[in-house]
Design a protein around this ligand. Structure first.
Ligand SMILES: Cc1cc2nc3c(=O)[nH]c(=O)nc-3n(C[C@H](O)[C@H](O)[C@H](O)COP(=O)(O)O)c2cc1C
Length: 373
């Protein structure tokens, strides 16, 4: 992958666990990431906020302040000690009273079924600040020791919203035509590359995804336009989320609709979403992708590459422990247990429930997203 020699094609994707109390990465992440490295494997850290107005969900880690950068250092060091290649996913997920967007229109229902305040369309003169936040975050990620950054341009967050014609209703140079809608994303790519070098930059996109109603009427044209535009920069990789799969009896079929985009993009291609051992091998054998993401499987099976080799049994992921609140993370630190272990998490959740009924951990309004008008 670019300048990096990977020992296998399995990727740990960004998986936000919401355990970074007060947006500071915590020591428990050392164990979490170290468990999931196999010699020179590729790991991407969870979505990480680039500024105080870009935290999105509560208890996501950030990469803006000195304290956050210092807190990442031992985590990155632990990954490097086991020869992992580690990128940080830098993400602008708006939070606050009026989340910023490229539209004033919200969605119903909002994130998690909630009724959030409507977003506010960004003014043209505010864009350079966001681009600069992403640039500084990239610089900080390198300072923290990361090998590179992944720009989060997927899943209905700010950058993805700008690219999609069913969301973006801006009338200036950042809205309207496909070129204009992609301008924001490409300005960020360029600024980040100028700061840390193209070989250290990847981007995650999801043209076919419609999470939180971030839809485009021509996802293939969007994917192809971005592939050609990104070719000029020579970035380390392009990471793309598959459209929802057609579920057959027990397996997901590859839809093959990313093929034209894969062929157009000249660099390393990462496919994500619904892969297992069989269709992952097939996708690589058929040159549909270079690297394959395993998200939920890696959560439940930290030693996934070792299990895949002999086709050993897999544990199933437990949805109830995917996101763990600050209090649980805090308790896990204090009492030194791994909250991913279901039994411990259940015990602690019961403990936490007693406390949270009296004192909510966070105000849900701070989630911030495009929302109901
Ligand atoms: C608990 C959890 C947290 C996630 N957090 C992020 C994130 O921070 N950034 C992101 O781009 N995608 C995130 N995703 C999406 C995953 O990176 C991945 O695309 C998804 O799990 C699909 O892959 P899979 O079918 O192999 O699980 C998250 C998914 C899960 C299950």
């Amino acid at each position: 992958m670019g300048n990096f020699n990977l020992s296998h094609r399995m990727v740990l994707p960004p998986l936000g666990r919401l355990r970074s109390y007060n947006n500071i990465p915590k020591p428990h992440a050392i164990l979490y990431y170290s468990q999931r490295i196999s010699n020179a494997g590729f790991l991407i850290a969870e979505a990480t906020g680039v500024s105080v107005t870009a935290r999105g969900y509560p208890n996501r880690p950030g990469i803006r302040t000195k304290e956050q950068v210092e807190a990442w250092k031992p985590i990155v060091k632990a990954v490097h000690e086991k020869r992992g290649i580690f990128f940080c996913q830098i993400s602008y997920q708006p939070n606050g009273e009026a989340p910023i967007s490229c539209t004033n229109k919200g969605v119903t229902p909002g994130l998690g079924g909630g009724d959030w305040p409507p977003p506010r369309s960004l003014r043209t003169d505010e864009i350079p600040q966001i681009v600069n936040d992403m640039r500084l975050a990239a610089r900080n990620a390198i300072e923290a020791g990361f090998d590179g950054v992944e720009i989060h341009g997927a899943n209905g967050y700010l950058i993805d919203q700008f690219m999609k014609d069913k969301v973006n209703d801006i009338t200036d140079k950042y809205g309207g035509s496909l070129e204009n809608r992609c301008c924001f994303a490409l300005e960020i790519v360029e600024a980040v590359i100028n700061e840390i070098g193209a070989d250290k930059v990847g981007i995650r996109l999801s043209p076919y995804e419609h999470y939180m109603k971030a839809v485009d009427s021509n996802p293939e044209a969007l994917g192809l336009y971005m592939a050609n535009a990104l070719n000029k920069f020579g970035i380390a990789y392009r990471h793309i989320i598959e459209p929802p799969r057609i579920k057959t009896v027990d397996e997901y079929e590859l839809l093959q609709c990313l093929l034209p985009i894969r062929k157009a993009f000249k660099g390393t291609f990462i496919g994500a979403g619904g892969y297992n051992r069989e269709n992952g091998n097939k996708a690589v054998a058929e040159n549909y992708t270079d690297l394959v993401v395993f998200g939920r499987m890696f959560l439940a099976n930290p030693d996934l590459p070792k299990r895949f080799e002999p086709n050993a049994g897999l544990k199933k992921h437990d949805r109830s422990t995917m996101y763990i609140t600050a209090l649980i993370a805090e308790l896990s630190e204090r009492y030194d247990f791994n909250p991913a272990q279901t039994a411990a998490a259940n015990r602690t959740r019961r403990l936490a429930a007693n406390v949270t009924t009296a004192r909510p951990l966070y105000n849900l309004a701070t989630f911030g997203f495009r929302s109901r008008r």
